[in-house]
Design a protein around this ligand. Sequence first.
Ligand code: NAD
Ligand code: UD1
Length: 335
Amino acid sequence: MNILVTGGAGYIGSHTCVELLNNNHNVIVVDNLSNSKKEAINRVEAITNKKVKFYEIDILDKRGLDLVFKSNTIDAVIHFAGLKAVGESVEEPLKYYQNNITGTLVLMDIMKRHNVKKIVFSSSATVYGMNNVSPLTEELPLSTTNPYGTTKMYIERIIRDTYQADNEWSGTLLRYFNPIGAHHSGTIGEDPKGVPNNLMPFITQVAVGKREKLSVFGNDYDTHDGTGVRDYIHVVDLAKGHLKALEFTMKNKTIEAINLGTGVGYSVLDMVDTFRVATNTKVPYQIIDRRPGDIATCFADTKKAKELLDWETEKNLADMCRDSWRWQSDNPEGY
Ligand code: NAD
Ligand code: UD1
């Protein structure tokens, strides 16, 4: 099939492009490179020995997108393009609503005009909010604590409403838990700008000597060692989940929200320890105050993904640590 991947130069998008190409799909990427580099696409091509059709276009650019749809026969869209920094979204909510929500409206409008009505969307476990208890099932009530999360919740709703009005649409709303790791080649991976917000890129930057030590945000949570527990998922498992979601979306005229996680939670200190053993590298850390807005525990119920997509994760936490480390140590400055 011919798949349009918005945000395909980004972390999860680039890994998904590899899986799509390896499964003989043609890949067309639209990315404005606001949080990525074209080099990621070059490396995807080197890994797969296949070509990607790349357009440096903003999804807010109606005319540009329209041209992409006119110049290519597109069967379905995997929609990754979006801004994702929680803290920045609190400081600049309009930027997030404009980019993520208006961007999706423009994209879906152009899709409709060209009669492309299949979409796989990058949602997030953040839509479960602060009050639900893990394991998190897809039918739980949604709530959010920051504009980033709210854009995900609204976009899910926009896709559902579009389907309500026209049952020719179908969509899969993938709620990712915590993606980490990198392709085993060590040539593509997560390349955060500035100080990383998330745990794994911070750990690898400490390990490679770019930062002095990890700050662990609180050790007084109600968890087995007091530090926060999350459901870390290898980005290659996650990328493979998109292929299954694509198959499902092509076959079924429906909208489904589906968790992509492992179903197992690990604490911050479990992660530090697993990283040390798996990579033979120490990560000095200090315990500091809790990060505002954090919850104690968050992990997925994975039954729906297994039942509807016939998908489960294959890689364990040590694999994730080793692959994150290979990417970071081979590319200390990123791309
Ligand atoms: P990323 O920033 O690496 O990738 C997003 C890509 O979208 C980037 O290449 C960026 O340049 C592009 N982009 C952003 N706005 C655009 C626009 N207006 N037009 C065109 N391109 C645009 O992020 P990622 O980690 O790969 O995340 C991909 C998607 O998954 C995002 O929607 C994110 O919110 C969602 N998600 C990510 C995580 C995570 O932990 N990484 C968790 C849950 C959900
Ligand atoms: C973050 C986002 C969330 C997003 C998710 C997946 C915030 C507030 N939330 O959540 O919206 O869906 O990533 O990408 O950013 N930790 C430390 N020290 C650090 C970094 C993290 O101790 O330097 C701890 C955190 O307190 C948490 C765990 O490590 O317990 C994981 O943190 P992180 O990687 O930021 O993911 P989430 O908290 O799940």
